[in-house]
Design a protein around this ligand. Structure first.
Ligand code: SF4
Length: 290
């Protein structure tokens, strides 16, 4: 019997990633005489990074000295600390800020909370560039900032939390809502005043909800995207609680799961916010040939 393969509607690039990739390519096309440096990977996808590199767009961890002409420094959708902008300007770079508007909103909410005297808790991965940038922006307005990926890690700060009357919470844009709920449930009994901003972006919520629905009617879910991408790994985690789920980066990995795929009748496919359409199409094409 022919397999029923369904691709989620909201699979692949979100608007923030699309804007970052398209604007960076356009910048290079319009500024052929200038060097373009992106601070950190523009998106967590090695295919896109290689494509940018082939166009002469450099991915760097640190900006080289700017000799003579005014080169361009791109700030990716995750955002950056204020000193990163300052340092680029001091080195003579023109700075193009492609921080996603949804990430900017989180930074703004975090700053407001710190300015209003709240102990700020950022729910997210401490080493993730988006979280580092939210923290750095908030800390230019006050030192009271904690970062915790989940409720268990937050419990280590319980004594510190209890010393504060006002607790403010923001969350990394790509987190799971269940994670935020657990943190809030834990904080409610120990906080006197608590202000929570659900800053999970609309694109992430839509993608997760749609994928959950698709998983309910599938024997197998396939999540396509980089293992370094936070939103993609969260998708795989969520779906594996509903049905059999595999997480692959490209179609080449499908052969590792031959038996699972052959035995599945209804297969759902979704992809993270940094997965290009071409990679998703390759997966669908290969599945159709099973
Ligand atoms: S996942 Fe959300 S916050 Fe992140 S770039 Fe995409 S739209 Fe923006």
């Amino acid at each position: 019997m022919k397999k029923n393969i369904k691709l989620a509607k909201h699979a692949g690039f979100c608007y923030g990633v699309k804007r970052a990739v398209e604007t960076t390519k356009k910048l290079k096309a319009e500024n052929k005489d200038k060097e373009i440096f992106v601070l950190g990977e523009l998106i967590h996808n090695s295919h896109v990074i290689n494509e940018l590199s082939a166009l002469g767009i450099h991915t760097v961890d640190e900006l080289p000295e700017n000799k003579g002409c005014e080169n361009i420094c791109v700030i990716r959708s995750h955002g950056a600390a204020p000193e990163v902008f300052e340092n680029a300007k001091q080195k003579g770079y023109e700075v193009v800020d492609l921080t996603c508007f949804d990430v900017k909103k989180v930074q703004q909410k975090a700053i407001e909370l710190v300015q209003e005297g709240f102990l700020l808790i950022i729910v997210g991965k401490p080493e993730h560039p988006e979280v580092c940038a939210i923290k750095a922006n908030a800390q230019t307005h006050g030192e009271k900032v904690l970062v915790a990926p989940d409720v268990d890690s937050l419990k280590a700060f319980e004594e510190e939390i209890k010393k504060h009357k006002k607790i403010g919470v923001v969350v990394q844009t790509t987190q799971r809502i269940e994670n935020l709920k657990n943190v809030v449930d834990y904080l409610l009994p120990i906080a006197k005043e608590i202000k929570v901003f659900n800053t999970i972006c609309a694109s992430t919520s839509l993608r997760q909800n749609e994928a959950k629905n698709l998983a309910q009617e599938s024997d197998l879910m396939i999540v396509v995207g980089s293992k370094k991408s936070a939103n993609t790994t969260h998708l795989a985690e969520i779906l594996s609680g509903i049905t059999k789920t595999i997480h692959i980066e490209t179609d080449e990995e499908l052969s590792n799961y031959d038996e699972l795929i052959k035995n599945a009748q209804n297969i759902g496919v979704t992809a993270g916010a940094s997965t290009p359409d071409a990679i998703i199409e390759n997966v669908i094409n290969k599945l159709n040939n099973y």
